[in-house]
Design a protein around this ligand. Structure first.
Ligand SMILES: NC(=O)c1ccc[n+]([C@@H]2O[C@H](COP(=O)([O-])OP(=O)(O)OC[C@H]3O[C@@H](n4cnc5c(N)ncnc54)[C@H](O)[C@@H]3O)[C@@H](O)[C@H]2O)c1
Length: 284
C-alpha cells in the first residue's frame, strides 16, 4: 500500500517539521493539535518557512501554494480516521503516548499504520496498547526535519514486513534516507549522540571551559557543524532530559545518567530555543 494521506499528532518542533516534509513531497497532511490556535499557528509557521524558501529561489511559488493546499489542521483526533499513516510526535512521555495510541487505534481505519517519532521510548509498549501491534512502528525524523536526511525506521518485535516496507517507502517518498533499527532505547543515533551531549554539560558543570569554548572546540576540533550545547538548545533541554532518562532506564550506564545541571535547567524552564533561553539567550 502507498501512503497518500498522513496524519500528524503534536504541534511542537518536530510535528511542524514533519508536516512540512510530508506536504512538500506531495502527501495530503492532516495536522492535529489539541488547541485550534496552536494548529493555526503551525500553518502560519509553515507558510512563513515556505515563503522564505521561495525568496531564496529554492522553491517555485506554485509549489508553495500546492504544499499549503495539501495541509489541513484540526483539533479533532477523529479527523485522522481515513489516514494511511499517522505519525505521533507529542511530548517524550510514555504514558501520554500510550494513551494517544490507544485512542488512535479506536479511531483509525484498519489499514492505518500508527507510527511514533519517539527518540528513545520502547515502541513495543505503544504497539501492545493497540489492537494492531503488527501495524505499529517507529518513524524517527531528525531535527530540523526539513533539513536532516536520515529517518530511523524502528521495528518492534510485533511489526510485520509490510508495515516496515511501507514506512520505509514513505520515508523515501519524503526524500529521506531510511535505516532500519531495532527497538532498543536510543536506536542508533541517540544511543551514540546523547552520552556525548551529556558529557558536554558535565564539562561545563565542572568548569573545564566556558560554553562558548566547549562549542568552539567541538566545531573546530571535530568538524561538527554545531557545538554540543547549541545542539542541546536546538533539541530542547526537556526532550533531552527525557531521552537521557529513557536511555538510563534501559541500560543503567553512568554516561546516560543525566548531569544535575541539565535537570536544574529544565526545572528553571531554561529549555533552549523553544523557551527563548537555554545555554544561550535567543531573545536578542
Ligand atoms: N527535538 C528533537 O530534536 C527531536 C528529534 C527527533 C524526535 N523527537 C521526538 O519528537 C517528539 C516531539 O518532540 P518535540 O521536540 O517536537 O517536542 P515539543 O516540546 O516541541 O512538542 C511537544 C508537543 O506535544 C504536545 N503535548 C504535550 N503533552 C501532550 C499530550 N498529553 N497529548 C498530546 N499532545 C501533547 C505539546 O503541546 C507540544 O505541541 C518526542 O517524542 C521527541 O522525543 C524530538
Amino acid at each position: 500500500m502507498t501512503v497518500k494521506r498522513v496524519g500528524i499528532v503534536g504541534s511542537g518542533i518536530m510535528g511542524s517539521g514533519i508536516a512540512e516534509v510530508a506536504a512538500k513531497s506531495g502527501h495530503e497532511v492532516v495536522l492535529r493539535s489539541r488547541r485550534q490556535e496552536t494548529a493555526d499557528s503551525m500553518v502560519a509557521g509553515l507558510e512563513k518557512s515556505l515563503a522564505k524558501q521561495v525568496e531564496k529561489g529554492k522553491l517555485a511559488d506554485e509549489e508553495r501554494q500546492a504544499t499549503v493546499g495539501r495541509v489541513t489542521v484540526t483539533s479533532d483526533l477523529g479527523e485522522l480516521r481515513e489516514c494511511d499513516l499517522v505519525i505521533e510526535s507529542i511530548v517524550e512521555d510514555l504514558s501520554a503516548k500510550k494513551h494517544l495510541f490507544n485512542e488512535l487505534d479506536r479511531i483509525c481505519a484498519e489499514h492505518t499504520i500508527l507510527a511514533t517519532n519517539t527518540s528513545t521510548l520502547p515502541v513495543i509498549e505503544l504497539a501492545m496498547d493497540t489492537g494492531r501491534p503488527q501495524r505499529v512502528c517507529g518513524i524517527h525524523f531528525f531535527n530540523p526535519a526539513p533539513v536532516m536526511s536520515l529517518v530511523e525506521i524502528v521495528r518492534p518485535l510485533t511489526a510485520d514486513d509490510d508495515t516496515i516496507a511501507e514506512a520505509r517507502a514513505f520515508a523515501e517518498a519524503c526524500g529521506k534516507t531510511p535505516v532500519e533499527v531495532k527497538d532498543q532505547a536510543g536506536f542508533v543515533v541517540n544511543a551514540l549522540l546523547f552520552p556525548y551531549l551529556n558529557n558536554a554539560v558535565r564539562l561545563l558543570e565542572q568548569g573545564v571551559a566556558s560554553k562558548e569554548d566547549i562549542d568552539t572546540a567541538m566545531k573546530g576540533g571535530c568538524g561538527f557543524p554545531m557545538g554540543p550545547l547549541a545542539l542541546l538548545d536546538l533539541v530542547g533541554l526537556d526532550t533531552s532530559l527525557a531521552i537521557l532518562e529513557a536511555l538510563y532506564e534501559e541500560f543503567k550506564e553512568p554516561n546516560y545518567s543525566p548531569v544535575p545541571l541539565l535537570r536544574r535547567m529544565v526545572s528553571a524552564e531554561l529549555l533552549g530555543r523553544k523557551s527563548g533561553r537555554g545555554f544561550y539567550d535567543y531573545h536578542r
